[in-house]
Ligand binder design. Structure first.
Ligand SMILES: Cc1cc2nc3c(=O)[nH]c(=O)nc-3n(C[C@H](O)[C@H](O)[C@H](O)COP(=O)(O)OP(=O)(O)OC[C@H]3O[C@@H](n4cnc5c(N)ncnc54)[C@H](O)[C@@H]3O)c2cc1C
Ligand SMILES: *[C@@H]1O[C@H](CO)[C@@H](O)[C@H](O)[C@H]1NC(C)=O
Ligand SMILES: *[C@@H]1O[C@H](CO)[C@@H](O)[C@H](O)[C@H]1NC(C)=O
Ligand SMILES: *[C@@H]1O[C@H](CO)[C@@H](O)[C@H](O)[C@H]1NC(C)=O
Ligand SMILES: *[C@@H]1O[C@H](CO)[C@@H](O)[C@H](O)[C@H]1NC(C)=O
Ligand SMILES: *[C@@H]1O[C@H](CO)[C@@H](O)[C@H](O)[C@H]1NC(C)=O
Ligand SMILES: *[C@@H]1O[C@H](CO)[C@@H](O)[C@H](O)[C@H]1NC(C)=O
Ligand SMILES: *[C@@H]1O[C@H](CO)[C@@H](O)[C@H](O)[C@H]1NC(C)=O
Ligand SMILES: *[C@@H]1O[C@H](CO)[C@@H](O)[C@H](O)[C@H]1NC(C)=O
Ligand SMILES: *[C@@H]1O[C@H](CO)[C@@H](O)[C@H](O)[C@H]1NC(C)=O
Ligand SMILES: *[C@@H]1O[C@H](CO)[C@@H](O)[C@H](O)[C@H]1NC(C)=O
Ligand SMILES: *[C@@H]1O[C@H](CO)[C@@H](O)[C@H](O)[C@H]1NC(C)=O
Ligand SMILES: *[C@@H]1O[C@H](CO)[C@@H](O)[C@H](O)[C@H]1NC(C)=O
Length: 600
């Protein structure tokens, strides 16, 4: 044995008995070092993917810094039907944001939860698994001039992410999905819903009775999502599969070259001048709990910013990267003028439409009857079956378009990515999830969402205090186009329920929807009742290498600086026409490959 080899093996023996190597750290004082190859900011949906993939290479050391606590043992996150409890306004696991008063919503401010927990929003979201349309990704490729962002090029990353699993009830899934477009070799569990809802056969009947408008789509994740199909979710074995439970699962978090620090809030990224006039952002500053001291860690290769579409632009701006004038106005010293930071935010408005039904077989029953809640919860706890295995009573989605001759297209260009992409969505639920404090009866809910909005909003700083919430304006319902689509969506939901399949089942609309007889009443109902899906994207958008706007280049490096990349939903210049967590996973999978390739 050569001396070098002997030393290497002695070193690895020492590493294996070193108590703190590779694991979860609650306190920065216990970190064995403050120098890493990579520092990832944000242990959320995308950040955990990057931390996992980079540490596949044993030569890379990675520190992952997360503001929130560990997700382990957090029941309301693990049990799918309890997800609403971690989403409500001001929960222990949220950043507790609220939007600015939304002009399109009669000046209302809307609570805007963001996961403040390992796994980020993937630990608190509704677990819907929707990839979007092939055109969504082809548009990213067109905008950036990088074919690597096209739907076809991204297929390997979709497959690295997805681990298709049987539903919790092990029912025969033939006819509910297309196995050819799924992967069973990825990391994040995906399954069809695992508890049958009583309305399922009526939904399928509607696709037969009103076949032309509501065409059945065997698999909405094939790249062509239009139509009505079975919901797929990031749930495996009846429990939530988040980026924390999957990408930071026990076999990964134990890696010696990965340190995960929780309860650590990044306040800024600090630059040094490297070489001639080149700014290198390579030092990360954070604080922990009530301790006023700030800690610093250094990345010798790259800092990866994955704090999500609200906090990523905030951290950039607190670090002096943004519109110089706007930064100076709130007392932040501008370092790099990049006026697109925080701008062009793209979010999808939501409206929950409900009707009373002539049945007691809806999930409302669970919140109406405490003994039933207990019984069903115990069933989940013992066997991981029953109604608690799913998210909110939904088995089906519809992704739909306005007619191509709709009058609104005389005034507005079509903001969707193309003719195979939806303008709006209907989420069909057998009742209302148990968090709804007030249970008013047995319902059917059809939530209508504008998935390809024209409106744009922004995230700006309200103060130079890194602990103050940013000013968050998602621009909900702020264009006539979005209003037109939402009106069409509500009318479409009404037509859906007018199919013979629902005769004698649906009785009367709930609340203000009952008053909707004219277009003006419909608009007023929307402005007073709509909210958001919480799908914000685009606040640190990628653009072509030589574009006059944008925040990152197609390789996700921040324009004009070195050592800093952004990897989360902020980089997508348009929100995909879907629930966007898969897009965050896909961006992160490709980004990890690009980073690895840059440091071989
Ligand atoms: C209530 C809700 C329901 C949703 N439902 C669905 C759904 O059903 N399906 C779907 O596809 N999408 C859904 N979404 C959207 C989807 O979950 C998000 O778009 C996506 O997960 C965002 O991923 P991300 O990596 O960009 O950010 P995040 O997952 O938010 O990750 C950001 C991470 O960075 C951390 N962080 C932020 N600032 C700092 C800091 N200063 N220091 C250290 N760490 C920091 C955060 O705590 C967080 O862990 C939902 C979102 C919400 C809020
Ligand atoms: C790690 O570094 C060693 C020594 O430089 C090299 O031989 C090896 O290929 C590297 N491993 C990877 C996965 O890059
Ligand atoms: C889940 O959330 C509910 C509502 O906020 C709360 O009462 C309950 O204690 C939480 N359960 C756990 C185990 O944290
Ligand atoms: C959000 O509010 C809850 C309830 O007040 C609190 O426990 C939690 O710490 C808050 N989150 C943050 C990030 O401050
Ligand atoms: C959210 O909670 C905060 C603090 O409890 C409250 O001030 C705010 O009004 C709530 N927002 C909404 C829209 O309910
Ligand atoms: C991308 O660009 C090509 C070539 O200009 C065009 O044919 C195609 O329609 C574009 N696709 C999308 C989704 O923008
Ligand atoms: C599942 O259902 C399909 C069609 O309904 C049937 O052909 C197939 O044999 C069933 N599979 C099993 C394992 O029962
Ligand atoms: C705060 O952090 C510093 C630096 O690690 C440490 O020396 C100090 O003891 C901490 N103070 C408290 C109150 O925890
Ligand atoms: C917003 O995006 C559009 C392209 O969709 C671009 O032309 C514009 O410059 C962007 N605005 C900012 C401030 O980045
Ligand atoms: C509540 O649920 C329990 C358990 O399923 C059931 O025995 C009881 O009859 C229900 N009560 C009502 C009022 O429906
Ligand atoms: C769930 O089951 C475990 C035993 O498997 C038990 O320890 C725990 O108390 C149960 N949880 C609840 C909330 O009943
Ligand atoms: C409710 O359903 C029952 C049969 O299940 C039917 O006899 C009754 O007429 C229905 N009520 C209404 C208001 O449609
Ligand atoms: C329906 O409209 C009437 C008359 O404008 C109004 O009094 C009532 O409050 C409205 N109901 C709801 C639920 O908005």
């Amino acid at each position: 044995m050569t001396v070098k080899l002997f030393l290497a093996s002695l070193f690895s023996v020492l590493l294996s008995i070193y108590p703190c190597q590779g694991d979860l750290y609650e306190s920065a004082s216990n970190l064995p070092t403050s120098h890493y190859d990579f520092v990832v900011i944000g242990g959320g949906t995308a950040g955990n993917v990057v931390a996992n993939r980079l540490t596949e290479n044993p030569n890379f050391s990675v520190l992952l810094v997360e503001a929130g606590p560990s997700d382990s043992g957090v029941f309301n996150s693990t049990v799918p039907l309890l997800n609403a409890f971690v989403q409500a306004n001001n929960t222990f696991f949220s950043w507790n944001y609220t939007t600015t008063p939304q002009a399109g919503l009669n000046g209302r401010s809307i609570p805007y939860p963001r996961g403040h927990i390992l796994g980020g929003c993937s630990s608190i979201n509704n677990m819907f698994y929707t990839r979007g349309s092939s055109e969504d990704y082809d548009r990213y490729a067109n905008i950036t001039g990088d074919r690597g962002w096209s739907w076809n090029s991204l297929q390997p990353y979709i497959r690295k992410n997805e681990r298709w699993t049987p539903p919790a009830d092990n029912h025969n899934t033939t006819g509910e999905f297309n196995p050819a477009v799924h992967s069973s070799t990825g990391i994040n569990a995906v399954s069809l819903v695992g508890f049958p809802q009583a309305i399922n056969s009526r939904v399928i009947k509607t696709t037969e009775e009103l076949n032309e408008e509501f065409t059945f789509n065997l698999d909405m994740n094939s790249g062509t999502p239009l139509g009505v199909g079975f919901l797929q979710t990031t749930i495996g074995g009846g429990t939530r599969s988040s980026s924390a439970t999957s990408y930071l699962g026990p076999e990964f978090i134990r890696r010696r070259n990965l340190h995960v620090l929780v309860n650590a809030r990044v306040t800024q990224i600090i630059s040094t001048h490297s070489g001639k006039d080149s700014l290198a952002f390579n030092t990360v500053e954070f604080s922990q709990g009530a301790n006023a001291s700030r800690f610093r860690v250094k990345a010798s290769k790259e800092v990866i910013l994955s704090a999500g579409p609200v906090n990523t632009p905030s951290i950039l701006m607190h670090s002096g990267i943004g519109d110089s004038e706007e930064l100076a106005a709130v007392g932040v010293e501008p370092i790099l003028h990049l006026p697109s930071v925080g701008k062009n935010a793209s979010d999808q408005p939501l409206l929950a439409n409900a009707w009373f039904v002539n049945s007691t077989d809806t999930i409302d029953q669970i919140s109406r009857n405490i003994s039933l809640f207990d019984e069903d919860f115990q069933l989940w706890n013992k066997t991981k079956t029953g109604p608690f295995v799913d998210s909110g009573g939904t088995s089906h989605l519809a992704m739909l378009r306005l007619p191509s001759n709709a009058s609104i297209f005389h005034q507005f260009p079509d903001p969707s990515a193309g003719p195979k992409s939806p303008h709006f969505e209907m989420v069909i639920a057998n009742g209302r999830a148990p968090s709804s404090a007030l249970s008013i009866g047995n319902l059917i809910t059809i939530t209508t969402n504008v998935v390809s909005p024209a409106a744009r909003g922004k995230v700006t700083l309200a103060s130079n205090d890194p602990f103050a919430p940013p000013s968050l304006n998602p621009g909900l319902m702020s264009t006539d186009y979005d209003m037109f689509v939402m009106q069409a969506a509500v009318r479409t939901a009404q037509r859906f329920l007018s199919a013979p399949a629902w005769k004698g089942y649906v009785t009367t609309p709930v609340g203000a929807l009952a008053n909707v007889t004219t277009d003006a009443a419909l608009e007023s109902y929307i402005r007073s009742s709509a909210s958001t899906t919480w799908h914000i994207a685009g606040t640190a958008a990628m653009s072509a290498q030589n574009a006059s706007y944008g925040v990152v280049n197609p390789d996700l490096r921040v324009k004009g600086v070195s050592g800093l990349r952004i990897v989360d939903l902020s980089v997508l210049p348009f929100v995909p026409s879907a629930h966007p967590q898969v897009a965050a996973y896909i961006v992160a999978e490709r980004a990890a490959d690009m980073i690895k390739a840059a440091w071989v």
